[in-house]
Write a protein that binds this ligand. Sequence first.
Ligand code: C2E
Ligand code: MG
Ligand code: MG
Ligand code: MG
Length: 286
Amino acid sequence: WAKAEGKRRWALFDSARTDREVARYELSAAMPGALRRGEFVLEYQPLVLCGGETVIGAEALVRWLHPRLGRLAPDRFVGLAEETGMIVPLGLWVLEEACRQGRRWRDLAGDAAPLISVNLAVRQAQEPALVDDVAAILERTGLEPAYLQLELTESALIGPGHEPLAALTKLAAMGVRIAIDDFGTGYSNLTYLRTLPVQAIKLAGSFVDGLRTPGRRPGHADLAGERMVATLVQLAHALDLTVTAEGVETQVQADRLRAVGCDSGQGFYYAPPGPPERITEMITSG
Ligand code: C2E
Ligand code: MG
Ligand code: MG
Ligand code: MG
C-alpha cells in the first residue's frame, strides 16, 4: 500500500515537473516570433539623485506582452533566453529601443536628460560582436556614448581567465559607462574593483533592506546595516565610483542613504518601473 501511495506521489510530482518543462519549452520556442511581432516592451525606472527629485538616469527593464499569458516579468524569460541564446537578439533589440528613447529625452531635455541604463546578460557580454554592435546602435540612434550605461553583474564582468572582459575596456574607452549591478551579491573579490573599467556600482537591495526600519527604535542590527552601507559608499568613492542604491522603498531608507553620502537611489519609493512617458513627465516638470 505504502509503495502504491509512493508511486502515485511520484507520478504526480513527475507530471507537475513535465508541465513546467513543457511551459518552459513553449516559452523558449515562442520567443523568436514574439520578438518579430513586437511583443516585448520596455519599462523605465528612474535613478534619482539622493536628497532631491532630480532624475539622473532611467533603467530599461524588459517585459513580454504574451498574447495568452499576459505581461511577463523578466525572471520568467530572461534566464531561458540566456540558455537558448535568444538573449543576444533580444538584448540588441532592448539596447536599440532604449538608446532611441534616450535620444528622444536628449532632444527634449538637453543636459537634463537622464542617462539610459541597460542590463547586459553574461552571454551578451561574451559575444564577440558586442563592441561593434553597441557602436552601430549608438550611431544609428544618435545617442552619445556618455548617455549610455551598461549594467553587468560581477560574474559577467570577469572573463574565463578571471581577467576583466576586453570588450568592456573598449566600451569604456568609447565613453560608455559601465556599472556593476546587484553589487555585493556575486563575485566578491574586491581587488577586481580596482582593475575593472567601471564607473558606477548599483548597491544590491539587500543592503538597503538592512537600513533602519520605520517605526522601530534603531537596534544593533540596524546600526550594523547602516555602517555597512556607509562603508561600501566610502569604498566606492575612494575608487572614484558613483553609487546607486537599489530597492529603495521607504522615506527612512532614502534619508539614511543621503546621510551616508550615497549618490543616487532607485526603487518603489521614488517610482516603480513604468512607461517612458512617466520619465518624460518627471524630467520636464520643474
Ligand atoms: P535588476 O537589473 O537588478 O533590476 C532591478 C529590479 O528590481 C527590477 O525587476 C525592478 O522592477 C525591481 N525593483 C525596482 N524597485 C524596487 C523596489 O523598491 N523593491 C524591490 N523589491 N524591487 C524593485 P524586474 O524588472 O522584474 O527585473 C528583474 C531582473 O531582470 C533585472 O534585475 C535584470 O537582472 C533582469 N532584466 C530586466 N530587463 C533586462 C534586459 O533587458 N536584459 C537583461 N539581460 N536582463 C534584464
Ligand atoms: Mg539592472
Ligand atoms: Mg540590480
Ligand atoms: Mg539582477
